[in-house]
Design a protein. Structure first.
Length: 324
């Protein structure tokens, strides 16, 4: 079965089904056409599932059928269900499909940060080359700027501030990914900032304090940045290598997946922002604060590799509207 030729042949009827399912009012003939197209597309999707290795095509048709089914059944109060399906199917599936990209971004990011941290902590030359002052006590001393950054603002205002900032960094990494180099630059600059801070704190003998303040929120926050960077770079690579599809169709498909990741990351970054605003500067012992961050990180990874894997491989359920 030539999947591309099959999709090309049936694309007009899928587009027609999409238009009818979104149309506010339907005439009698249009309603009948909607039901006919719905049943036909459901059968076509079942056939594609047995032949096509293309998860994005299957996911796109599944989303179309969900929308069309709601219209066929006259379900207009399904917003809550749609939101629920986004977070139980579409978002985790998109995260799972992109995981090799964001895992690679994370490995490179952490390697660069660690290398820079070691270089800065053990070399005066590093400080000169990076333009750092010889005396950084105002940053690294107890009660210095590194620590007061987390405590000088009210918790709720600080949480909102870091959420906005992190969402901006993630959005830049996501949507400049199509150009590759700008996204790589944004990721490198964040790795540089993290590595330099770690190196300076290590040089001052305060690496334990560094991890005590960074890890509670940083595990989930950095993972979200890695996801954004990986999804963005995957979009950019699609422009270079669209695979079996035309470049325009491949970009459109990957663009939809990228938009799904972008919407979901808003919630992930909100959670990390709440941890940074309320847990990181709290009076809890460092192990307890880090434990909260570790639970959030493990929860996210389980969400991706358990729920996301299941959603990415989930067949379409039997539908009573499809004749047997």
């Amino acid at each position: 079965m030539d999947v591309d030729a099959y999709a090309y042949r049936h694309r007009p009827s899928w587009d027609r089904l999409d238009r009818l399912s979104r149309q506010r009012r339907l005439s009698g003939p249009e309603a009948d056409e909607l039901v006919t197209l719905y049943r036909r597309t459901s059968q076509q999707l079942a056939r594609l599932q047995s032949h096509s290795p293309d998860p994005e095509l299957i996911a796109g048709l599944s989303a179309l059928l969900i929308r069309a089914r709601a219209r066929v059944l006259g379900s207009r109060g399904e917003i809550g269900r749609d939101i629920g399906r986004f977070f139980t199917h579409r978002f985790p599936a998109a995260l799972y499909r992109a995981w090799p990209w964001w895992a690679a971004v994370g490995a490179a990011f952490l390697a660069i940060s660690a290398g820079l941290g070691v270089w800065v902590s053990g070399s005066g030359t590093a400080r000169k080359r990076l333009g750092l002052p010889a005396d950084t006590g105002d940053l690294t001393d107890p009660g210095g700027r590194f620590e007061t950054y987390y405590t000088e603002h009210p918790h709720d205002a600080f949480a909102a501030q870091v959420w906005t900032n992190n969402a901006w960094v993630a959005a830049v990494a996501l949507f400049t990914g199509i150009l590759i180099l700008p996204a790589a630059y944004v990721l490198y600059m964040n790795a540089l900032n993290l590595g330099v801070s770690a190196g300076l704190m290590a040089d001052a003998g305060r690496l334990e304090a560094f991890f005590g303040f960074i890890l509670p929120h940083g595990m989930l926050e950095l993972t979200a940045v890695f996801v954004a960077g990986g999804a963005g770079l995957k979009l950019g690579w699609t422009l270079i290598d669209p695979g079996r599809l035309s470049r325009a169709r491949a970009l459109a498909r990957q663009g939809r997946a990228t938009a799904t990741v972008a919407l979901g990351l808003v919630v992930v970054l909100l959670i990390s922002g709440l941890i940074e605003g309320f847990v990181t500067p709290s009076g809890l012992p460092a192990p307890a604060r880090i434990g909260v961050g570790l639970v959030a990180e493990l929860g996210f990874l389980a969400y991706v590799f358990v729920i996301g894997r299941r959603a990415a491989n989930e067949p379409v359920a039997t539908d009573p509207l499809i004749p047997g």
